[in-house]
Structures are given as C-alpha cells and as structure tokens.
Design a protein around this ligand. Structure first.
Ligand SMILES: [Zn+2]
Length: 204
C-alpha cells in the first residue's frame, strides 16, 4: 500500500518533537469548532499538535513494509513440522470509515515447510498492518497473505476478534460486542481435519 506523505523529510523542534504543519493544526481546530467547542480556549491550545502527532503514531504502519519482519528466517528447524501458534496478541487499529479505534486480539498460526521466524515477528507483521486506517476483514487477510507469501508455509490461519468504537461508542452503542474475522489458507483451507486442529489450538 502506498503512503500518502513523505516520512523521510519530517522536521523536529529543539525538544525533539515532530513539527506539525499549520494546515494540519487548522484542520483539527476546525473539527473542534464543528464538534461544538472553542479551539482558542486554554485547555485546547496544544490539542491540535498533540492530536496530529498521535495520528502519526496510530498510522505509523504506512511508513513500513510489514514483510521486512519475515525476511530473517531460520531454516534449521530440527525436523519441526507441527503447527506454530501465537495467541492473544493485543493490537489497536482505526477503522477507515470513522477513524475510530478498533481494539482487539489476534491469533496467528502457520504450518512451516522449512522456514520459521522468531515469534515476535508475527506480532510485528500484525502491527505493521494494524497501524493504518483499516477494516477488520482486510487486516485479517493482509496478515495471512503476508505470511503465506514470505514464509511459504503449508498453511496459515489468522483469527481476529475486536471491538469497534464506531459501534460501541456511537451509532447503535452496543458495548461488549466483538467482531470475529478469519482467513485460512493452504492446507488449513483444503483439509477439514487440519482446519479443525488449527482452530482448536487457536482457541476457536
Ligand atoms: Zn467505523
């Protein structure tokens, strides 16, 4: 996915804080005014710059290619040919329809052929895609496809369970509702028994 701005030419102030251009701050002041408050009152004076920096952080995935985390693989796997599972990986993202938080956890599993990665790398792939404006279905698919393409495993399964603030805090206001999405590829897709086994290991 292309990135809309140039992260290589960011400027920082004398305290090392990212300098936020005036037009970006003005946009946030406009939103504050539109929401019903006065952006010139004292408590809100520094808010536009803070919000802007926070959004750079929420969306720092645009500045990276998550596949880089899968470039260092271990080929000496000692004959290990069973499923590898990483469960309950917490993550945060933002929905592209409301720019509201998506907060949840993911389970990622794969069946290696001859390559494995350090398990923290699977979480890094997730965060690389989560730190963008997303929909949960695409996030799930992107994580699965990245692992499928770069580790060339026999199977991949990704299950994401998350709550969407655009649903829990506004609109129909249904706190406690989670959305579950999954993407299953390779052997886990073709073979019912393997799929059952992997989903059970993942806690589903
Ligand atoms: Zn939304």
């Amino acid at each position: 996915m292309g990135c809309g701005h140039d992260h290589d030419h960011e400027e920082f102030d004398e305290r090392g804080k990212l300098i936020v251009p005036d037009d970006v701050q003005d946009a946030i002041r406009t939103l504050i005014r539109w929401s019903g408050d006065d952006p010139t009152r004292e408590g809100l004076l520094d808010t536009p710059a803070r919000v802007a920096r926070a959004w750079r952080e929420y969306c720092q995935g645009y500045g990276e290619d998550p596949a880089v985390h899968l470039s260092r693989v271990f080929e000496e796997v000692g004959g290990y040919d069973e499923i590898v599972v990483l469960k309950d990986i917490p993550f945060q993202s933002h929905c592209e329809h409301h720019m509201a938080p998506i907060i949840g956890k993911a389970a990622i599993a794969y069946l290696p052929t001859n390559r494995v990665v350090g398990i923290s790398k699977l979480a890094r792939v997730l965060h690389g895609y989560a730190r963008r404006l997303q929909i949960q279905e695409r996030l799930t698919a992107e994580v699965a496809e990245c692992i499928w393409n770069h580790l060339e495993p026999r199977g991949v399964a990704v299950v994401i369970e998350a709550s969407h603030a655009c649903m829990t805090a506004r609109g129909v206001r249904t706190p406690g509702v989670n959305m579950v999405t999954s993407r299953v590829m390779g052997l886990f897709r073709r073979d019912d028994k393997s799929r059952g086994e992997v989903l059970k290991l993942m806690g589903y």
